[in-house]
Design a protein. Sequence first.
Length: 133
Amino acid sequence: WKKMQNENLGPVMLLNNKTQIYGEAAILRYLNRFFKSSTNESFQSNDWMDKCTNELVQGDGLKYLSNLNENLIKSKDKFLASNDKPGLADYYNWASIKRMSSKVSKDKLTGINSWMQRLEETDLFIKLLNQRI
């Protein structure tokens, strides 16, 4: 994948001469389906990925972070789209928030902080980090 001149598009994955996939979220969905790592990605997971792309990555992000934080505090689930294990939306949101961490006041985002800590403690996440994916 590569960065394009229009940074709003994000990275682009070239599959062949005619087929291109634009944006991190779309590329992650494609790779997830290609490798069949999780065939049960929920609509809620896709919604969180789309919101993250549209409001956090391409927007100013403060309203999204506030909504995400509020949602995580109110939710009984441990992760964005399920209670038992993290999914693609968790990893995509985590990476996007990490990239902008210098712009974010973490003191006010207690829901996001505890969710990120939970995510970082999962075995699957540690495995991904060790493989440097």
